[in-house]
Ligand binder design. Structure first.
Ligand code: ASP
Length: 313
């Protein structure tokens, strides 16, 4: 009876965690702390209300990321960073920890919510990653909302682009300033995990550059047996270190808690990395971990007890 009760309790756990990018402290963020907090709160609230009604982790993670994509403060969807040509090219990915299925998009324009297109690719095709114009055509065939290019471009991102263009050196073509990428991880009442990531990438990057946020195992990974993880920071490092899958592997092959594994991953295993790394994660016990080596990684979570946490600084 006790065992049954314990199992039922662990099955009833729900959790949601989100981030809006690991990176440097910025004047823009300092000027918009309240708006950042409100944006985090709104996304958390949306996702949590889905989980509370026994909705799926996938629906919750998608809803959180959609809310952040629609918010022009963050570098995803509306408010995406501009590449070297002054254009928006977005990446996004979703993974289901129950089915180990994933969907992702890269070099995307016009689609209002890249995360929902990633979800559609996961649910309605046999593929994982679709890029460019053909991804837009697929979105059109799914009757998704498209927007003109101008919808995505904000004054803040134009400023960031102009500053980056002024400071440009050849080395910059690899490592670009970035901030505001978004991610979510969720646990539903049935013990299902999901992870989701979405970004406009790095400011002034080479057109055609694809980052970790579109790559399963790098920016995004979910497996009910280990954890769901969403990473952020300098994509070129996150990709070569396969950060999100590394956390899953640590959970599979060591006795570390989620918190210990995520701290070890960022601060010990990858301490030689000369760039920003951040990761949020959740497991089926409802444990949430947040680790980053950057100055800041605005983030928030709500756990099973309904406890809230929202942190910009
Ligand atoms: N990882 C993202 C990218 O490199 C940027 C970020 O997380 O802020 O595209």
């Amino acid at each position: 009876m006790l065992l049954l009760k314990k199992t039922m309790n662990s099955m009833r756990k729900i959790a949601i965690a989100i981030h809006v990018g690991a990176g440097p402290d910025k004047e823009f963020i300092r000027q918009h702390v309240v708006e950042y907090e409100n944006g985090l709160r709104a996304a958390l609230q949306e996702a949590y209300s889905i989980l509370k009604r026994d909705g799926s982790a996938l629906n919750a993670a998608e809803a959180a990321v959609k809310s952040l994509e629609d918010n022009p403060l963050f570098n995803a969807g509306r408010g995406a960073a501009l590449n070297h040509s002054g254009e928006v090219e977005m990446d996004a990915a979703m993974m289901c920890g129950t089915r180990l299925k994933a969907g992702a998009v890269a070099l995307l324009r016009q689609v209002r919510n890249p995360i929902s297109l990633a979800r559609n690719i996961m649910e309605h095709t046999n593929h994982v990653l679709v890029a460019g114009q053909n991804a837009i055509e697929f979105a059109r065939s799914m009757e998704m909302v498209l927007e003109p290019d101008a919808y995505f471009i904000t004054e803040h991102q134009v400023d960031e682009y102009l500053i980056a263009r002024k400071k440009e050196t050849p080395a910059d073509l690899l490592m670009k300033p970035k901030a505001g990428t978004v991610g979510a991880v969720a646990l539903d009442v049935g013990g299902g995990l999901a992870a989701a990531t979405s970004t406009g990438g790095t400011v002034n990057c080479l057109p055609g550059r694809i980052g970790d946020s579109a790559l399963i195992g790098c920016g995004c990974y979910a497996d009910n047996r280990t954890c769901a993880a969403a990473a952020t920071g300098d994509g070129e490092w996150l990709m070569t270190r396969a950060i999100a899958h590394s956390l899953s592997s640590l959970m599979e092959h060591t006795d570390q808690s989620l918190k210990e594994a995520s701290e070890y991953l960022i601060h010990t295993k990858n301490k030689d990395v000369k760039g920003d790394l951040g990761i949020i994660s959740v497991n089926t016990k409802g444990e949430i971990a947040v680790s980053f080596n950057s100055k800041i990684m605005p983030h928030g979570w709500i756990n099973s007890d309904g406890d809230w946490h929202v942190q910009v600084y």
